[in-house]
Structures are given as C-alpha cells and as structure tokens.
Design a protein around this ligand. Structure first.
Ligand SMILES: [Ca+2]
Ligand SMILES: [Ca+2]
Ligand SMILES: [Ca+2]
Ligand SMILES: [Ca+2]
Length: 252
C-alpha cells in the first residue's frame, strides 16, 4: 500500500549513529561492483537496458586515468552544486565488458548510453538515503529518470530527477543544475506516513541515459532532525499531509 502521509527530505547535521557513506574510492578502476560492501550490509545489482547482456556496475575514475568519457571527468565540472568537487571513483553501468588482458577489470570503462537500473539492497532497513549524480543531462531527467524506494518489495516512494529542479515540487533544490558534464549532491531523502518515518531496504536508480552515481549515504535510524521537521510541519501546516521542503545541510 502506498503511504498517504507527507514526504519530506531530511535535515542532516553531522553523521548520526547508524549512518554510513559509500564513495567507491577503495575499489579499482574497471572493477565490477556487487558484493564489496556486503560487510556494511549493502548489496549492489545492475540491470543494463542498452546492452541487456552486460548487467554490470563498474568503477570509473573521474580523474581520467582510464576510460574514455570526458563527460565523467572532473573537477572542474561544467555545472551543478558540486562543480568544483572531487569525486575520484564513480559507479557506472558498464557499456562494454571487455577485459582483454584478463585481469578481472574492465579495460576501458564507459557508461551505458542506453541507461538501466542500479539497485542497492540493504540487510538492515534504512530511513534516509542520499547520493551524488554526475553527468545527468536535462534530457535524461525527464519523467522516468528517477530513484525508487521499496521495503520488502513494497513501494515506499519515488523521486523523479525532474522533481529536483521543479520549483513546484516538494523535492526542489535550487542548487541543483543538471546538464552535460554536471555534478550534483542530492540531499538525503526520507519518507513519512504522518509522523512515522518509513523504512526501506531497496533503492533503485532508473537511468534513461548515461551518467554516474557516487557518495551513497544511508542511515538506519530515523533522523531526529527529520522528525522535528515533520512536527514543525504539523504545527505550521496544521496537518501532516502536506509536503514540505526545507533548506538543508550538505553531508558531503
Ligand atoms: Ca567517489
Ligand atoms: Ca582488464
Ligand atoms: Ca559514455
Ligand atoms: Ca553527457
């Protein structure tokens, strides 16, 4: 059942207990990403829409030491709220799986132009989820480029990337600018049913084109700030059914 309560993005100050960040920087360029973070209770799966036989998530080095896609190389980036930020390794959907030298690493990492899904599954339920988006272009942030949240395969919520740059959306963030060679930090998202924070154990990115993700932030305990904001919303809005958006602190 889809919750009818309000949806807010959480205020995040500091690193609350039970929160963690995956920046992919400990992995090798071209490395296939799947169970490297199982020790943190996180499992990653990729479904490639452009090349359905290559369902691989791999590491791309944004410093440009390997791989051949300048759209994923920076800083500096051409636009976005993270245009001067260093990302080092990024996670992409592999457009090819060539490993000619048989070292287990994809030789020339490139991101899949045909899009696909990047799925994160959590052993322990999560209440907050944030991330960074690299080279997500306006044409790719249409109605179906999104991030979806599920709990035991039951739909919890969804944020379309176009919502993030839509001033009429509860998820609007005026600092975000999408475009070719852009870099943006997306603030942690939480979902509520009334004042009850909703847990989820699967997050699914659905990309319509090329691009990369990084800085996967997740928290397994509800943010006190988020709860306070909902209570504030109850006071100001006179009810918990209203969507609210507030200025946030960047966790990255
Ligand atoms: Ca990184
Ligand atoms: Ca190789
Ligand atoms: Ca590419
Ligand atoms: Ca591009």
């Amino acid at each position: 059942m889809v919750p009818t309560g309000c949806v807010v993005m959480a205020l995040f100050i500091g690193a609350p207990a039970g929160a963690d960040l995956i920046d992919f920087d400990s992995l090798q360029v071209g490395e296939i990403v799947a169970e490297q973070f199982a020790g943190m209770g996180v499992h990653i799966e990729v479904i490639n829409d452009g090349h359905p036989s290559i369902d691989l998530g791999i590491i791309f080095d944004s410093f440009g030491s390997s791989g051949h896609d300048s759209d994923l190389e920076g800083p500096p980036w051409s636009s976005g709220n993270a245009s001067s930020d260093v990302f080092a390794n990024l996670l992409i959907i592999a457009e090819n799986d060539v490993d000619a030298n048989n070292d287990g690493l994809i030789d020339d990492p490139d991101d899949e132009a045909g899009g696909g899904s990047i799925i994160f599954r959590f052993d322990i339920p999560v209440f907050e989820f944030g991330f960074s988006l690299i080279d997500i272009e306006t044409s790719e942030s249409g109605p179906t480029a999104s991030v979806m949240f599920f709990n035991d395969e039951v739909f919890v919520g969804m944020v379309d990337f176009s919502d993030l740059v839509d001033s009429g959306s509860a998820f609007f963030d005026p600092t975000i600018v999408f475009g070719n060679h852009s870099a943006n930090h997306i603030q942690p998202m939480s979902f509520f049913n009334g004042i009850d924070p909703l847990e989820f154990n699967e997050v699914r990115f659905v990309l319509q084109g090329s691009g990369a993700i990084d800085n996967i932030f997740f928290a397994s305990v509800p943010s006190p700030g988020a709860t306070a904001l909902v209570l504030l919303g109850l006071i100001i809005g006179g009810g918990g059914r209203r969507r609210r958006h507030v200025a946030q602190t960047n966790p990255y």
